[in-house]
Design a protein around this ligand. Structure first.
Ligand code: CA
Length: 531
């Protein structure tokens, strides 16, 4: 026997021996920490690793480069509070009971934080919560009241209300870092670090104002969409053209005269002509001085040469994008602070870091801002994650994943069995590059907030596979829409009545029925006023 063969044989014997030992005594692996970073209304188009030409987000990109980025990640119901209820419970809205922003979350039901807490994790939630009832399942919670303000926020820390001074994105990060610093190091941690930004009405940090207010953004091809063949799209009230001059554009009545925007309805204080003035007064004198220095030239230019018609829409779009992107810039910078902390503390290797948003957002596509529709911009959520100890970096996945999958995924990595009634699936096989052919091939969506609430988006449900999307709008309308995403990524060509696509439509209608049954959607859920 040659020396090489002998060495090979010895190696094999050793390997088998190791395997046997491993079977007898499973190695004690350290359970990973979980840092779940979520923002509010962050579109993929505003993240550079998703190919954005609108902004650089080096820190979110870093998570993607050192981990995995998803190109087909979606929410089950594209609106703030319902999305949060889904991620906590791993259940669709009709089962977790929170169908729209009016509902209160039932905190007595099971959520993944409770299960991790029971399994010995130190659990915390910092920042945006928005579920109306107190957080349950968290050892520590310090959350914004309702939507929260961009500056000088009021927050509730374990039941005590306190007002902070400063920029909210930074304050939430300061608190998160403080909680990490003081954590019980004998336990793994699970922290939900959730930002308010970049939710409406988009107020950047003081230091970012000069840079972003100078920027000019390319116009999306569908900024002046005519909504042909799309009845529900035509009926909405979420066009940039109708944004408020005061609260959105940050002008004062003396600048624009009469308020013409409808802004999607909503609370009267948001509609008030002096809304911006009222928000401005909540700033400290030092903050207000910086805002006025940056905004006075914008107000002056508008007064001297007020745009009208399409020029006004374009002006509003640019103003919207400047403030939105400025708000995103601070989120990215603060995520960088947290990633640095993990590096410094030697925690990066064994911490799962997830970056996502509660749903996507329109940045002028179809002429819109806001979310709600099952069209790609708001149906999708950004999703990147990193776990150096367990997941190879540099991956991109096009599997169809949902916010329904977060809870089972975290439980899986923590070694906790997910309750049988959780409806999502652990993403672990995808993260570890081993799904075979077993992953879901279509996703189910359902939006409920109509006729009450904001923006006049009709109730709808739908199904999407790797190429086609079928949507059914109902309640006071009965309208089907079908899109071929391979040839119509802008979703302007409704094929539902196209004879050449009837077989596809029927196939997807069957799939929709199958998914309704699979996810236990009540029969009457698509009837009038189901809740
Ligand atoms: Ca949101």
């Amino acid at each position: 026997m040659s020396l090489t063969r002998l060495l090979c044989l010895l190696f094999l014997v050793a390997a088998v021996a190791c395997q046997n030992t491993a079977e007898e005594e499973p190695p004690k692996t350290e359970r990973p920490n979980i840092l779940f970073i979520m923002t509010d209304d962050h579109a993929r188009k505003a993240i550079s690793s998703y190919g954005s030409d609108l902004i650089e987000t080096p820190n979110i990109d870093r998570i993607a480069q050192e981990g995995i980025r998803f190109t087909n990640s979606f929410v089950t119901n594209s609106i703030c509070a319902p999305s949060r209820a889904v991620l906590l419970t791993g259940k669709y809205s009709h089962l977790n009971g929170l169908r729209d922003n009016r509902d209160h979350f039932d905190g007595t039901q099971m959520n993944f934080a409770k299960l991790l807490q029971q399994a010995g994790y130190a659990t915390s939630v910092i920042g945006k919560w928005h579920l109306k009832t107190q957080p349950t399942g968290f050892d520590y919670w310090d959350v914004l009241i309702g939507q929260g303000n961009y500056y000088n926020p009021r927050m509730v820390r374990m039941g005590d209300t306190m007002t902070h001074t400063g920029y909210t994105t930074e304050i939430i990060t300061d608190i998160a870092l403080d909680v990490l610093e003081k954590r019980d190091t004998t336990k793994p941690f699970c922290m939900l670090y959730h930002h308010k930004a970049p939710h409406r009405n988009w107020m950047p940090n003081l230091k970012d104002l000069p840079e972003f207010l100078q920027k000019e953004y390319p116009l999306p091809p569908t900024l002046f969409d005519d909504y042909a063949g799309r009845e529900a799209a035509a009926a909405q009230d979420m066009e940039i053209a109708d944004m408020y001059m005061s609260s959105d554009m940050k002008l004062l009545p003396e600048d624009y005269g009469e308020e013409t925007g409808t802004g999607g309805g909503g609370a009267s204080n948001f509609r008030a002509p002096r809304n911006w003035d009222n928000l401005r007064k909540l700033l400290t004198p030092e903050q207000r001085k910086v805002w006025d220095e940056n905004y006075d030239p914008i107000r002056k230019a508008f007064r001297e040469n007020p745009p009208t018609g399409r020029d006004l829409v374009i002006w509003k779009y640019q103003r919207y994008m400047q403030d939105y992107m400025g708000s995103v810039a601070s989120v990215d910078e603060n995520i960088g602070r947290v990633l640095e902390y993990l590096d410094e503390q030697g925690l990066a290797e064994n911490t799962i870091v997830v970056y996502t948003s509660d749903q996507g957002f329109y940045l002028g596509e179809h002429g819109w801002y806001d979310k709600r529709f099952m069209y790609e911009e708001s149906f999708s959520m950004p999703l990147v994650m990193r776990y150096p100890a367990g997941v190879q970096g540099g991956q991109v996945s096009d599997e169809l994943v949902l916010n329904l999958d977060f809870a089972p995924t975290f439980l899986d990595y923590a070694g906790v069995e997910a309750p049988k009634d959780m409806q999502g699936a652990s993403m672990r096989p995808i993260w570890e590059g081993d799904t075979g052919d077993s992953w879901r091939k279509s996703v189910y969506y359902h939006y409920y907030e109509y006729p009450h609430g904001w923006h006049n988006v009709k109730r709808h449900e739908g199904v999407r596979d790797d190429r086609y999307k079928l949507i059914h709008f109902y309640h006071d309308i009965d309208d089907w829409e079908l899109y071929d995403l391979a040839t119509d990524s802008l979703e302007v060509n409704n094929l539902a009545d196209d004879p050449a696509h009837q077989a596809t439509k029927e196939r997807l209608q069957k799939e929709l029925m199958r998914l309704r049954e699979f996810y236990q959607v009540p029969e009457n859920d698509t009837s009038d006023m189901a809740n």
